[in-house]
Ligand binder design. Structure first.
Ligand SMILES: C=C(N)C(=O)O
Length: 122
């Protein structure tokens, strides 16, 4: 079974993908970005916070919270932002954080500085 999850509280997809897909109790959330903030020259902390709020809204649309997240993937334009991103990210996962990898990439969609995807289970 495959259920498409959509909420107006997070940005609509900017390509041929869904915000999230629920399948057999597992929620796969597409990489979230905050392109309006990135364009406006917001700080990496602000950009990361908006990305986390997007993820939160999508989790809530599937009746989940950050406690349901088992895996996250972080893609960053500049690994020098690692500590700043961790500081904001860590506010959302104060206990038993999910497994994760953080990867520096050459470029991200819409030239954002950070993109985060995650997997959550019921
Ligand atoms: C922003 C994305 N998740 C994408 O382009 O796949």
């Amino acid at each position: 079974m495959k259920q498409i999850i959509f909420t107006e509280k997070a940005p609509a997809a900017i390509g041929p993908y869904s915000q999230a897909v629920l399948s057999n109790g597992t929620l796969y959330i597409s990489g979230q970005i905050a392109f309006a903030l990135a364009e406006s020259g917001a700080s990496i902390q602000e950009e990361t916070r908006q990305v986390m709020e997007n993820l939160k809204a999508i989790l809530e649309a599937a009746n989940m919270t950050f406690e349901n997240v088992v895996k996250a993937s972080i893609f960053v334009k500049d690994m020098n932002n690692f500590a700043a991103i961790n500081a904001v990210y860590g506010e959302y996962f104060s206990e038993n954080p999910p497994a994760r990898e953080t990867v520096e990439v050459a470029r991200l969609p819409k030239d954002v500085n950070v993109e985060i995807s995650c997997i959550a289970v019921i």
